[in-house]
Design a protein around this ligand. Structure first.
Ligand code: BG6
Ligand code: MG
Length: 216
């Protein structure tokens, strides 16, 4: 029997293919401000809140702005991002995501969303995915972005599962760190090299078998 009773899923890059739209919008902003922004540099922004992401981007571009200007820049990025995701359809749901969520639920485990994105509900409602989650924790419910464990600890609390019995599914380095800080297991979705601190790393949820939870 697996000790896992709760599965907590990140959204962008785990359930839906939106990480690329975040990257495109940040890249557009960087280019408009006159500097290049690579996919490798973008790894630092994954799982990080909007304002913190902007700070990292501006550090990369070696630029300084006032707080007021920064709010305007973040708003600009978000408007582009929202425009990109407004055309999303079910093709943007990542392989195996829906199927695995259903299997988890069929096996009597609880599910929670643990994302710091303030756009989470728009995406979940737009793709009819909210029904797969017993609890939804998004950027409107937390004050600290990953690697702070707040988002996952709140998820565990809302589904009523002790943190030692939770596993987190994450595509971001900061997300794996957050799971470790929450004293939870973690399964990385993506590159073994990038997500080296996760307990297990797989390419996508299509490769996830329920029996793998027994290995944790
Ligand atoms: C995370 C993404 O899920 O949400 C980050 O990995 C993003 O790239 C963060 O910055 C905040 O998203 P939003 O939609 O609130 O700007
Ligand atoms: Mg992510």
């Amino acid at each position: 029997m697996s000790k896992i009773e709760g599965c907590i899923f990140d959204l962008d890059g785990v359930i839906v293919d939106t990480a690329k739209y975040h990257y495109l919008a940040w890249k557009r902003l960087a280019n408009e401000l006159g500097f290049k922004f690579t996919e490798e540099q973008n790894e630092r922004l994954k799982g990080v809140s909007r304002m913190k992401s902007l700070d990292i981007l501006l550090e990369i571009g070696n630029l300084n702005f006032s707080d007021k200007e920064k709010i305007e820049l973040a708003e600009k990025k978000n408007n582009w991002y929202v425009e990109y995701i407004s055309n999303m359809d079910s093709n943007e749901i990542l392989p195996g995501a829906k199927e695995f969520l259903q299997i988890v639920r069929d096996n009597g485990m609880k599910t929670a969303l643990g994302s710091v994105s303030k756009n989470s509900m728009t995406i979940l409602n737009g793709l009819n995915l909210a029904k797969y989650f017993d609890a939804i924790i998004d950027g409107n419910k937390v004050t600290h972005a990953k690697p702070n464990p707040e988002v996952f600890l709140l998820g565990a609390k809302e589904i009523g599962v002790p943190q030692a019995n939770c596993v987190v599914f994450e595509d971001a380095v900061s997300g794996i760190e957050a799971a470790i800080n929450a004293e939870m297991y973690s399964i990385g979705i993506g590159s073994k090299k990038v997500l080296s601190r996760a307990n297990i790393v797989i390419d996508s949820l299509a490769d996830m078998k329920i029996g793998m939870l027994d290995l944790l």
